[in-house]
Design a protein around this ligand. Structure first.
Ligand code: GLV
Ligand code: MN
Ligand code: MN
Length: 400
């Protein structure tokens, strides 16, 4: 049996980002394609037959693919400068759990698959959970095909380069129909398990989550020669919008709003920008609360735009409502694992997208600092092994 930690070590050289630190692995880029090759080799080593679906997700089958399958897995892409665990831990734990079940002589009565979803973070094309959204019809394929990365490469171009037919992107009922139950294991992205002193939890819910692009348009001009009163500098309302995000989120219980990306055009030290793109990530316990946060930010940004004589356009790039994982499945899993904790999360997952279509559950593995989406993200090897043991027990029960 290969442990999760050993499997993670086998990809620790792939996609390191010397500039940002950590890893930059994005959907269908050279690095993610290398990780896909790694996954193919690991599946082959285990005699699992890999099939790629129409949307760039990979499925490694133990047994004949068919309805009622028990599916586990996660993603291999990362945020820019991300950690080693968000995504890969779910994939390596799935492979290791297969090893563990086999060593025990277990033969699944139902088909079992390990899945790798494409572009979960949206680190390249902006929309999170792109592979599972396409598969389940949660994004219109025409919209998806037109998504472009920061270099202007469209998703259609990227999947073509990866050997897929962009015309076939979109909801895939044949693949969806094979999934009986989906269980995703993930590193915890918070300190819930640390506080509880437990290595593994089962998920209860995911916050509603949207991403919006605020484009502030002004007048490009000279940083030295343009009098303050003559300026239409879009960076000024953009900066006010960053502060508005904090103010608006603080006003709504358990809401979060983040600006992690801001791009001035053309972007010169001695140039008043002609436009600034600011991406807002806002999350809250339900749809109404998330929309309240957004509207407050939009109002404050509009006022700031008006004062500076600029123009604002807001585009919704993705949205997902609150997810409540199926309580029956969640409670059965918690009980079968000896009454492990049940925890909510503010992070998005492919499991959250699939939960609208199939019985879905998640397991979280303790993260000693709670840090995630950063190079410091971590899980102790012993906790990773607890995660694999828990996942193997769940898969064994569901597929037995
Ligand atoms: C993905 O991890 C997200 O929550 O943005
Ligand atoms: Mn993530
Ligand atoms: Mn993830």
């Amino acid at each position: 049996m290969t442990s999760a930690t050993q499997l993670l070590a086998s990809i620790e050289g792939v996609g390191r980002d010397p500039r940002r630190g950590g890893f930059s692995r994005h959907g269908f880029d050279r690095v993610e394609l290398e990780l896909r090759e790694w996954f193919l080799a690991e599946a082959e080593r285990r005699g699992l037959a890999v099939r790629g679906d129409r949307n760039g997700n990979l499925w490694a089958w133990w047994g004949e693919p068919g309805p009622g399958a028990i599916v586990t897995g996660s993603h291999l892409d990362s945020v820019p400068g991300g950690g080693a665990f968000d995504g890969p831990l779910g994939v390596v734990s799935a492979l290791s759990a297969v090893d563990m079940l086999r060593e025990r002589g277990f033969t699944p009565a139902k088909p079992l698959a390990v899945v790798v979803f494409a572009e979960e973070e949206g680190g390249r094309f902006g929309v999170p959970c792109l592979g599972s959204r396409l598969l389940s019809g949660a994004i219109d394929p025409d919209t998806a095909r037109r998504l472009a990365d920061p270099d202007g490469v469209t998703l259609a171009d990227a999947v073509t380069a990866a050997g897929l037919d962009p015309a076939r992107l979109g909801r895939d009922d044949d693949v969806l129909a094979t999934i009986g139950t989906f269980v995703e294991l993930h590193v915890e992205q918070g300190r819930g398990l640390v506080d509880l002193g437990a290595p593994v939890a089962v998920a209860s819910s995911i916050l509603a989550h949207g991403r919006w692009r605020f484009r502030f348009t002004g007048e490009g001009n000279h940083a030295g020669a343009t009098l303050l009163g003559d300026r239409h500098d879009p960076m000024v309302p953009a900066a006010e919008m960053v502060l508005a995000a904090r103010i608006a989120a603080a006003d709504v219980e358990d809401a979060r709003a983040t600006v992690g990306r801001l791009v001035p055009n053309p972007g010169g030290t001695n140039v008043i920008a002609s436009s600034v793109d600011v991406w807002l990530d806002a999350r809250a316990p339900d749809d109404a609360a998330t929309r309240r946060v957004l509207e407050k930010i939009r109002t404050m940004a509009s006022d700031a735009v008006h004062r500076e004589g600029c123009v604002l356009t807001v585009t919704e790039e993705s949205y997902g409502d609150t997810v409540h994982f199926e309580p029956g499945l969640r409670d059965r899993i918690a009980a079968a694992l000896g009454g492990i904790p049940v925890l909510p999360t503010g992070a998005g997952h492919d499991a959250g997208v699939l939960a609208a279509h199939v019985p879905t559950a998640m397991l979280f593995v303790r993260n000693p600092t709670g840090v995630s989406h950063a190079p410091e993200e971590y899980a102790e090897p012993a906790d990773c092994e607890s995660g694999v043991t828990a996942l193997a027990a769940v898969l064994g029960q569901l597929a037995g």
